[in-house]
Design a protein around this ligand. Structure first.
Ligand code: HEC
Ligand code: HEC
Length: 240
């Protein structure tokens, strides 16, 4: 990234702790490439799949870490992630990523979503919390931390803002090689290697534990069920 962009991005980072939407304006006025009405339109396009209701196609991004959001957007943009038509949901996001036109837009979007308040999520994954906790301790804690907080130094994201359905789906993708397959994707490959020989029961126990121990607050849905129009799978019924 050219030096002038890095300094803008740094300024965005500092200002965003004060309040992103308002604070960004004076910075962008120095940069003729940054069109805020375009950014609003872009965010509206992202929201088609990344809104905050339970019926969306992509995960809720609110409150995820800025560095991780940028990393993943860049992976989608370069085809390191999302290049496989067989991985249909990733492929869908590959289409979404083509709407992003510059590094500056990546930084803006990452700051926008990371500064949005996290939403409660409906818990769709059930499992044995005790067994899940033991697996987490043995197999995950060294990289993702005792509170699932992650560690940017080794490129491990926080696991505290993930909806259950998305968390489980990603674990299955890492396991099957549908994510973390590209040879340029070093963090993805490390994570894929860490999830190879789990059974589906292991994964459900693990995800149920993580969400219970440090995940998003539980949404109080009508009798705990997904809304009727939700396209999200209820994953605890998946076969082993
Ligand atoms: C057509 C639907 C669609 C659109 C539009 C879309 N996305 Fe996505 N996005 C997805 C899906 C589906 C996934 C999950 C991919 C998977 O299952 O691996 C995803 C994943 C992501 C991730 C990775 C999250 C993670 O935890 O790893 C980020 C970041 C992201 N999208 C950002 C954006 C941004 C920013 C925009 C707007 C420029 C956008 N997306 C537009 C469908 C979309
Ligand atoms: C050796 C270090 C390491 C271990 C052990 C590890 N991970 Fe990861 N994990 C990573 C890295 C690195 C990434 C980032 C991958 C990327 O950039 O796509 C990651 C990504 C993830 C993601 C994707 C989050 C998202 O938003 O899409 C999930 C979920 C996850 N790990 C869960 C786990 C669980 C559960 C365990 C225990 C079974 C585990 N990880 C063990 C390093 C590790």
């Amino acid at each position: 990234m050219p030096a002038y962009l890095s300094s803008i991005v740094l300024t965005l980072g500092v200002l965003c702790s004060v309040g992103c939407r308002q604070a960004v304006e004076p910075v962008s006025s120095k940069n003729p490439d940054m069109d805020l009405s375009r950014m609003d339109a872009l965010i509206a396009e992202c929201s088609v799949c990344h809104g905050v209701s339970e019926a969306q196609r992509g995960p809720i991004l609110n409150g995820m870490e800025s560095w991780y959001l940028s990393d993943q957007m860049n992976k989608f943009r370069s085809g390191v992630r999302g290049g496989r038509p067989s991985n249909r949901s990733e492929h869908l996001m590959g289409i979404g990523a083509r709407k992003i036109q510059s590094d500056l837009e990546v930084a803006y979007l990452a700051h926008f979503y990371s500064s949005q308040p996290p939403k409660p999520a409906i818990r769709t994954v059930r499992g044995d919390l005790e067994i899940g906790g033991k697996i987490y301790e043995r197999r995950c804690v060294s990289c993702h931390g005792a509170e699932g907080q992650g560690n940017p130094q080794i490129h491990t994201p926080s696991l505290t803002k993930l909806e259950g359905w998305y968390f489980l789906e990603q674990m299955r993708k890492f396991r099957s090689g549908d994510r973390g397959y590209d040879r340029r994707d070093h963090p993805g490959r490390i994570m894929a290697a860490a999830s190879k020989e789990f059974s589906d029961t292991d994964l459900r126990n693990l995800v149920a534990y993580c969400i219970d121990a440090f995940g998003l607050e539980e949404a109080k849905g009508a009798n705990g069920r997904l809304p009727g129009n939700s396209s999200k799978p209820v994953l605890h019924q998946a076969p082993n």
